[in-house]
Write a protein that binds this ligand. Structure first.
Ligand code: SAH
Length: 390
């Protein structure tokens, strides 16, 4: 038999049986006949079959579990799995809207991200296992989704740990420079070749739509880490003025284009490090009715947590001090390593340090097309809190 196979240690087997999707190097007893990326049969020490997984030779995460079912992992298997992922997203999969169609482990396809932008597909492949089935996936995407184009955005850090190359390339069709997306009442442009991630932050869609319902959205608003104007565009129609801050010139130019598209003349885009902006705003006594903090992940690794906490606290303390009485802070963390309890605790701390009183109004999370698999806690990464000055 030439079937790649591996034996897990008892600890590895426990991880497997918990439904988690990762098996670390130390929890693998032996690997036999597996090329990098191979779909490998996993066994325990007693030779009982456990399931199938993608093998990663260079990563700390040696196996990414595909399934515990004994069935063959062929084109039909991926067809069914993709179909299932699509079924949950039907409401967004038209030629106007955007959504995430495949969210890696949480959709049963570890290492694959697939985002739909109004008929165009942008994918990221994070592990050699997905690279090795890319042509199969390409066929399936065409069969199931009929996309106008498929772009691979593999310019991401995670591939380095797998010794995979950085690349942006068109898999099929013609990829437009601008794709227009409808998001509730607003529209925005996406540039899938150059934009951050796959072009947009789809995980914040529901939160952007939601925030407009707050009364404070009618006053003076500060959108920190605004990227291409995500929150600002939703809030501008009711607001007096929105100041949108980011340190990326590219993002701000895109934001201005988006403001024009929606006829918003009251968004002032400012290029600045948010830490500096908030410090100056606080010192100058500037006040806002609503502030959004949506920073990039500060704690990508566990060892980053102490520095990340200091960063989040500084931002939140300053932002709280810049609120008018009754003002609202909508603050986010997209670091998996900052769990919701930690985030709440740090915000309580920031409230005390800011010398204010505040109520917690709501807890928020990533949009539903980024499903959370409870067996795989890493899939819950975006946490949001909405607080109001008492
Ligand atoms: N809220 C946005 C997504 C924000 S992503 C939306 O809904 O679309 C985080 C953004 O923070 C990126 O645009 C990045 O350019 C910006 N950024 C990262 N570090 C920054 C800093 N120190 N100061 C200002 N902007 C920063």
């Amino acid at each position: 038999m030439n079937q790649p196979r591996a034996i897990l240690t008892p600890k590895g087997e426990r991880w497997f049986r918990s439904g988690h999707h990762w098996i670390f190097k130390d929890d693998v007893f032996s690997v036999d006949k597996a090329e990098n990326g191979a779909i490998t049969a996993l066994y325990n020490r007693q030779k009982t079959f456990l399931g199938w997984a993608f093998y990663s030779r260079f990563s700390r995460i040696t196996f990414r579990i595909i399934t515990s079912k004994p069935q063959i992992i062929d084109q039909d298997y991926w067809h069914l799995t993709l179909q299932k992922a699509m079924d949950g997203r039907k409401e967004f999969m038209d030629r106007n809207q955007a959504c995430r169609i495949v969210f890696s482990e949480a959709d049963g396809i570890p290492g694959l991200i697939a985002d739909w932008y109004a008929g165009h597909l942008v994918i990221q492949t994070l592990i050699p296992g997905i690279d090795s089935i890319l042509s199969q996936l390409n066929d399936l995407f065409h069969e199931l989704l009929h996309p106008n184009s498929i772009l691979i955005r593999n310019d991401l850090e995670a591939r380095k740990a797998e010794h995979l190359s950085q690349e942006v390339r068109i898999l099929s069709g013609q990829v437009p420079e601008n794709i227009r997306i409808q998001e509730g009442p607003i529209q925005y442009w996406v540039n899938p070749m150059e934009g951050q991630k796959t072009g947009a932050y789809l995980d914040q869609r529901e939160n952007r739509l939601h925030l407009g319902s707050y009364a404070q959205s009618q006053g003076r608003i500060l959108d920190c880490f605004c990227y291409a104007g995500g929150f600002a565009l939703h809030l501008a129609p009711k607001a007096e003025e929105v100041i949108a801050v980011d340190d990326s010139t590219w993002a701000l130019n895109w934001g201005r284009k988006n403001a024009d598209l929606n006829g918003c003349s009251n968004i002032l885009f400012q290029k600045k490090n948010t830490f500096d902006y908030l410090k100056e705003a606080d010192e100058q006594g500037q006040r806002f009715d609503l502030i959004i903090l949506d920073p990039p992940p500060f704690a990508k690794k566990k060892s980053d947590v102490p520095a990340a906490l200091r960063g989040y606290q500084e931002l939140n303390r300053r932002a709280l001090r810049c609120l008018n009485p009754g003002g609202i802070l909508n603050t986010y963390s997209c670091s998996y390593n900052i769990t919701e309890p930690i985030f709440l605790e740090l915000l309580s701390h920031s409230v005390q340090k800011a010398g204010v009183r505040a109520h917690l109004l709501e807890k928020r999370m990533q949009a539903g097309d980024h499903p959370v698999l409870l067996n795989f806690p890493e899939s819950l990464y975006l946490k949001g809190l909405i607080v109001q000055l008492a």
